[in-house]
Design a protein around this ligand. Structure first.
Ligand code: TYD
Ligand code: MG
Length: 421
């Protein structure tokens, strides 16, 4: 009964209006439009798409308002109408900040409003190219019986804004605050409603900020954008490898350079490990790495390579505050721990890259060629890599390892050729 009720009769009633041959549908509408903030556009695979909804999530103070104001000014600078809806800061504060960041285009407007209905009315009337809502937690709909910032209000407000954006082909960018534990109403509850979720983070005590897509309906995810907070706003960091390796002290034990990948973009960063006295608690403290993965590598080092790590406290840290979560970092992590425990430095011109299995075997990693090219560009002259690796740039010696034990034998203390520093 249920099955036959669901099935529609083949030829009764008019065809629905939205039924169309796919080749005849105009797909240009789905093309991203550059905002002009290059690093942001790169992370989004080109820019913002008309009629799409994007959520920019990050902790308070990380720089969300600054970034979006720069985007707004840049988009308005090329003629598009941009409206910044501000529920957090007074228009005078926004104007003061915008003035410090650069020239003020005529088509950049500020709407001092927290009522969603008022905002959607302006959207329908003015049909801007881009609307920025700072922040979604300040918006409310009177018919929803709940305080601004509550899950109910945030969801209802976002739903109405998204609908208005789709109806008028407006790019909607909503800012959402998250706290460290991610528990407050906001970003999490909106993730399934929007087309794109971008996170903006970084150590607020430092100047580097990282932008990444965690969900993206129109392009790749895991692309990383790197910015630096300066006195006049956020600037992109076009050469992250150079930046991450700038303060490196070659010749230290426990230091290994990792060729990482963010989306399709390779970059190098330094990993440091420190092993502190046997008889400790045997704890692992990892900054910028997944600690479970480090625990696994610790176990592999001890079971497959004979390292005695019982009671040793291990500290690991990735330079620049960047997080490296890809398994391709395994080999570098294991070599850094071994180097720290043995107090034996790895030659400074060497990088290491490979995934490690529980058997101690080294597995291939995606886009090894691009990673090795980047290592060569930055002056490295040898790389410990999975055995299956082919090619690689001329001038970069490949040390192909089958197992972790094999890699530990291969890793040199010295390499001929130009140093990486
Ligand atoms: P903000 O964009 O207000 O953060 P969010 O909207 O995520 O809460 O930026 C916060 C910090 O950035 C603030 O402490 C001051 C600093 N900042 C600069 O260092 N340079 C600048 O040009 C601007 C505008 C802000
Ligand atoms: Mg803000």
């Amino acid at each position: 009964m249920l099955v036959s009720a669901r099935r529609r009769p083949r030829s009764s009633g008019p065809e629905p209006r939205s039924l169309a041959t796919i080749s005849e549908i105009d797909s240009d509408l789905a093309l991203p439009v550059p905002t002009g903030v290059v690093e942001f556009d790169q992370v989004l695979g080109g820019g913002l798409t008309a009629g799409s909804a994007t959520l920019l999530a990050g902790e308070p103070g990380v720089g969300k308002s600054t970034l979006t104001l720069q985007l707004a000014a840049s988009t308005a600078g090329s003629g598009g109408l941009v409206i910044v809806v501000s529920g957090e800061e007074a228009p005078s504060q926004i104007a003061a900040r915008a003035r410090r960041l650069g020239p003020l285009p005529e088509s950049l407007m500020v709407l001092d409003e927290t009522s969603v209905d008022a905002v959607t009315a302006v959207m329908a009337d003015r049909r801007p190219q881009l609307v920025i809502v700072d922040s979604i937690q300040t918006m409310h709909r009177p018919e929803v019986d709940s305080a601004a910032g509550s899950v109910k209000q945030v969801k209802a407000s976002a739903a109405a804004l998204i609908e208005a954006a789709k109806a008028a082909s407006i790019s909607l960018l909503m800012i959402g605050h998250v706290t460290k534990d991610g528990s407050i109403a906001g970003p999490r509850v909106l993730e399934h409603m929007v087309d794109t979720v971008i996170t903006f983070d970084g150590d607020r005590s430092g100047s580097l900020r990282f932008l990444r897509t965690v969900k993206h309906r129109f392009g790749p995810t895991s692309e990383l954008g790197i910015f630096e907070m300066s006195a006049d706003g956020l600037r992109s960091v076009p050469d992250p490898s150079d930046r991450f390796l700038a303060d490196r002290q070659p010749g230290l034990s426990g230091s290994v350079v990792l060729p990482c990948l963010s989306g399709r973009r390779p970059y190098l960063t330094e990993l440091q490990a420190l092993a502190v006295g046997a008889g400790g608690g045997g704890h692992t403290t990892a900054q910028g790495l997944a600690s479970r993965r480090v625990d696994m590598l610790r176990a592999v080092l001890s079971c497959r390579a004979g390292y005695r790590l019982d009671g040793l406290d291990l500290f690991l840290s990735v330079a620049g505050g960047v997080s490296v979560t890809e398994p391709a970092a395994d080999l570098g992590v294991a070599l850094a721990i071994a180097s720290a425990v043995d107090n034996r430095p790895v030659a400074p011109q060497v990088v290491a890259c490979g995934e490690i299995g529980l058997g101690g075997e080294i597995r291939s990693v995606p886009m090894i060629e691009a990673r090795l090219q980047e290592a060569y560009r930055m002056g490295f002259r040898a790389a410990v890599v999975p055995e299956s690796t082919k090619g690689g740039p001329t001038g970069l010696r490949l040390l192909r390892a089958k197992t972790l034990l094999h890699a530990l034998e291969l890793v040199p203390e010295e390499v001929e050729g130009q140093t990486a520093d």
